[in-house]
Design a protein around this ligand. Structure first.
Ligand SMILES: [Zn+2]
Length: 234
C-alpha cells in the first residue's frame, strides 16, 4: 500500500492518512477505515486518475470525520526506540529521563533528555527549529540573489505540498522537509522563491530555479519518488 494523502480533520487539529491499494479486477473505488491502524484505505481499480480520488475523498469528508471522532487517528508519537528521519538519515531515539531538556544527535542516535511525557513535544520542537532555520536561511539567500522581497516565511504541517507561495509574498514550507536530505529542502526554497518572480511553472520559471539550484532536476525527481515516505515518520 502506498500513502496517498494526509487529510486534515477535526478543524485541522489532526490529520488522517489515506493509503492506496490498487486492485486489478476492481470495478469501482471503495474506501474503508481501518479501526486497528486508524487510517483510511482506498481500494481502487488500477490507473484511476488521482484527481478523481481527491474528489472522492472530498465528497466523503463527513463520513471520514465521523470515523475519526469514533476511533481517533493513527498516532505516530516520537518515543524511545522510534526511528527519526533527519536530513535524510535515520537516527534511533534514545531517551533518558531528566528534568534538564536536551536533544542532540550523535552518530546514528538521537539523544533526548526530557521527562517521560515530553519526549514527543521536544523532538518536534527540535525538528521545527532546524527546518525553520534552514528555510529562512535559504529563502532569504535566494531572495537576495533575485532581488525580491519576502513578506513572511512559515513552516507548518501541509498535507500534500512541500511548499507554497502567495501573491503577497508569503512563503509556506512543509515541516517534513527536515526529513529529506538538505539538497531537497534547498530545492523547495529555490522553487518557492522563484515564484516571487514568476507565479507559474513557465520555462522562465524553471530557468530561474536552475539559476538558484543548478541540480534541481535531481531534487525534483527525488521528491517525486521518495516524498510519500516522509509521511511515515512522526
Ligand atoms: Zn510551483
Amino acid at each position: 500500500m502506498i500513502l496517498f494523502a494526509e487529510i486534515p480533520v477535526n478543524n485541522k487539529s489532526a490529520y488522517i492518512n489515506v493509503y492506496l491499494r490498487e486492485r486489478k479486477g476492481l470495478k469501482r473505488v471503495t474506501m474503508s477505515f481501518s479501526t486497528k491502524e486508524r487510517h483510511l484505505v482506498l481500494s481502487v481499480p488500477s490507473k484511476t486518475p488521482q484527481k478523481f480520488l481527491h474528489t472522492f475523498i472530498q465528497t466523503h469528508h463527513d463520513w471520514i470525520e465521523q470515523q475519526v471522532q469514533r476511533h481517533g487517528t493513527e498516532s505516530k508519537k516520537f518515543t524511545a526506540g522510534t526511528i527519526v528521519l533527519f536530513k535524510g538519515k535515520n537516527y534511533t531515539l534514545v531517551h533518558e529521563v531528566s528534568n534538564k531538556v536536551l536533544v542532540c544527535c550523535e552518530a546514528d542516535t538521537l539523544f533526548v533528555r526530557a521527562a517521560q511525557t515530553r519526549v514527543d513535544t521536544h523532538v518536534r520542537r527540535w525538528l521545527m527549529k532546524h527546518v525553520t532555520e534552514l528555510c529562512n536561511e535559504f529563502s532569504l539567500k535566494f531572495a537576495k540573489v533575485l532581488g525580491v522581497s519576502i513578506n513572511k516565511i512559515s513552516v507548518k504541517a501541509m498535507h500534500t505540498r512541500w511548499g507554497s507561495c502567495s501573491s503577497d509574498g508569503n512563503l509556506n514550507y512543509n515541516w517534513r522537509l527536515i526529513m529529506a536530505p538538505e539538497e531537497i529542502l534547498i530545492y523547495v526554497c529555490a522553487h518557492e522563491v522563484s515564484h516571487l518572480v514568476y507565479m507559474n511553472h513557465s520555462k522562465e520559471f524553471w530557468g530561474t530555479v536552475k539559476r538558484l539550484h543548478p541540480n534541481f532536476e535531481t531534487a525534483r525527481a527525488w521528491l517525486k519518488k521518495n516524498g510519500a515516505n516522509l509521511y511515515v515518520f512522526g
